[in-house]
Design a binder for this molecule. Structure first.
Ligand code: GYE
Length: 327
């Protein structure tokens, strides 16, 4: 087994050397854009944990296909070690650009340094890293998750304006991921100024529907009088709906539900009155990622931070938006 891996690695190195010899990337000067068919991009995706992720994968793959650029794609199944392996393999293969959506924020410096030493530019999509050395990546394309958490908090403040006390269960995203950290922070920033809001329990559901269901089931037992569930994504909110219904309660009425993403299933639940409000987070990052790749390989300047534009949805707005919703 070891021998086979060794041979494969040697082969990959030869390929990488051949790539260098043709001068495909490193010798390219400003404005001297290589043809799309000469480019190879390696992309390491988080996993397939949610409707958002499925839409994001589809959009990225379609955008590279439309652009005629080869995309090597790997699914890390929500594990950082798989992403590190994938990035190392892209480095060995000598791809022109590496893009990835880091499952968690920390622990990337070593592998990013390896990419930098190999002169392979790295683009972060969707989620960020906490590396102090920002020269380890050329750009970060994605949402402002703190802002999303604030929008969620603002809705809660208005919705419960007349209430004296509001008990909240928070369903957190993947522990250590940028969206879980930032969405909790933005929300707490807003509701924290009013003592009537109390987060009575906060646990991770790992951004999955089954995780959201299980955690809600357990937490409802110890907190039957909860007023609001704040889920860091639609899928966990959809799981919470199942748990609430199984407990004989009415989601959206007995317990209000506030989520982030606005994927079709979430929007349908909002239209049906089972979710009460959704903060949008757009997974459609493909075209912008292709643009960044094209600029980077042409030696052009790229913006180091590109923030996705997004909105929020009430029930009426969801009903109006659903027929044309792309994801
Ligand atoms: O909200 C969630 C997904 O990183 C923004 O990851 C993304 C989040 C998204 O699993 O549904």
């Amino acid at each position: 087994m070891k021998k086979i891996i060794g041979m494969a690695a040697a082969g990959a190195m030869l390929l990488a050397l051949a790539g260098c010899a043709s001068g495909a990337d490193s010798s390219t000067g400003a404005g001297d854009a290589p043809a799309p068919e000469d480019l190879i991009v390696g992309f390491s995706q988080v996993g397939a944990e949610s409707g958002w992720r499925a839409a994001n994968t589809k959009d990225i793959q379609a955008a590279f296909e439309d652009a005629g650029i080869e995309l090597k794609f790997s699914d890390a199944q929500q594990k950082q070690e798989n992403q590190i392996k994938a990035i190392r393999s892209y480095i060995q293969q000598g791809v022109d650009v590496i893009a990835f959506s880091p499952v968690v924020e920390s622990g990337w410096d070593t592998v990013l340094k390896e990419a930098k030493d190999a002169d392979i530019p790295v683009v972060l999509t969707d989620r960020s890293v906490d590396s102090a050395d920002t020269s380890l990546y050329v750009s970060f394309l994605g949402s402002d998750f703190v802002e999303e958490g604030k929008k969620a908090g603002n809705w809660a403040t208005e919705e419960f304006a007349d209430a004296d006390a509001v008990k909240i269960i928070q369903l957190e995203g993947t522990t250590g991921s940028a969206p879980a950290i930032d969405r909790a922070e933005g929300f707490a920033d807003v509701i924290g100024s009013d003592p009537k809001f109390e987060i009575v329990a906060s646990q991770t559901g790992d951004f999955t529907r089954s995780g959201g269901k299980q955690v809600t089931e357990a937490l409802l037992k110890s907190n039957p009088d909860v007023d609001l569930i704040y889920a860091h994504n639609d899928d966990m909110g959809l799981g919470a709906i199942e748990a609430i219904e199984a407990a004989g309660l009415k989601p959206g009425v007995d317990i209000k539900i506030l989520t982030i993403d606005a994927v079709k299933d979430g929007m349908q639940a909002l239209a049906d009155g089972k979710i009460n409000f959704i903060v949008e987070c757009s997974p459609l990052l493909g075209k912008q990622l292709v643009d960044i790749v094209n600029k980077v390989v042409a030696g052009e300047e790229v913006e180091t931070r590109i923030v996705t534009e997004e909105t929020t949805f009430t029930q009426e707005e969801a009903i109006a938006a659903l027929p044309d919703r792309q994801y």
